[in-house]
Design a protein around this ligand. Sequence first.
Ligand code: SF4
Length: 437
Amino acid sequence: MALGVYISVPFCRSKCSYCNFSSDVFSQRVVGRYLDRLVAEVESAARTAESMGGEFERDLDTLYLGGGSPTILDSHSLERLFVTIRQNFRLLSHAEVTVECAPGTLSSATLALLARHHVNRVSLGVQSFIDPEAAAVGRLHNRTTVAGDLAQLRAAGITNTNLDLIAGLPHQTEESWDLSVQRAIDSGAPHVSVYMLEIDDESRLGRELLAGGRRYHAHFVPDEELIADLYLAACEKLSRAGLVHYEISNFARPGFESRHNLKYWKREPYLGFGLDAHSMLRASADPYSWLSGVADQAASHVGGGRPCAVACADLDAVRFSTPDSLEPYLSGSGPSRTLVFRRGALEEEFFLGLRLTRGIDISRLALLYGADQVEAFLPTIGEFTAGGLMLRDRDVIRLTSRGRLLSNEIFARLLSVSESQVSIFEHRSNWGGAREL
Ligand code: SF4
């Protein structure tokens, strides 16, 4: 199966107050070191995959440059990235090639370069079409900038565009949010992502909110109830405008769903390169490749006997990720790995598949993982359907709109069902998914 590749470019013109990603404003010298490391990483992709115990594949049907703001790189650096990918992978002719872009960073030279490298999708970090709201969180663009970027992209033949919006920015009201969503619809972009503001100590705004302070306009952030209402209002308005709500945070006109992000939710294989980048590959058929370094763990779980045969039958995939801090990454620290055994894979099927509006077919899971394994989840699923958080139509289960709002709690409950089961291997994937990164 062709892979997806994600390239992390964690550089921005300025740091947004709500940002909880591993991105920042760095000097040119750091950017240069980063690119050297990134290129080396891509060049050794096949060897890394093998050492992690995953099945490597040279064909790519999706490529995603995210960050950060990849479009703030100079033309030489961007060119180097695309050329490195082409030298080490085979980008299929129908591949979806996405680049994230901070509005206002698309020079004509950058646009020409993107077109030359067959970029056919651009994701713009708009966040709000209300200028004072965007300015309050440190965005450097206004809505005129966004309109200009969209016009430029269309002129260059790139009509597959996504607009990111955030519900819960300081100063947002029901009226201003409605106007923002309307402007996103009116822009003609065929894909819109709507995220609810995350309030945690990973961002300056989140920390200020938790501390009850007033910096970063924290005292103008809508309360949680209003943020939930804003999200639900956007779901309704975008759906009415023909943008189908296909994933918790994502809306698209038919045929414009993000093929790259669908790989994450459908558990299809992908590789990530750069800072804090995640990969998931099917486990190699060769047990010695993935057992290296875990033979003791495997042996102890099966009482010291034949670890390879037993563990092989149980292993589904390998996940690995690069360091999430810049210095360890630049100094060459290798990826850390999680083995995903069948029990973990079934958990992932639930909490990734339920993100999709189409839901999951539990009879398919029973065929793949065993009816007894899936049956353990049925009482909890029954509770969710009785509580109005899930719908069950024969063998297909999906979240209701209330269920989407409480998805993290639902996923945690489903994981606890699995934990109560006895497994040969104590395994827990620590991978929780990815934003339209
Ligand atoms: S939100 Fe996006 S543009 Fe803003 S600092 Fe974070 S990664 Fe950069």
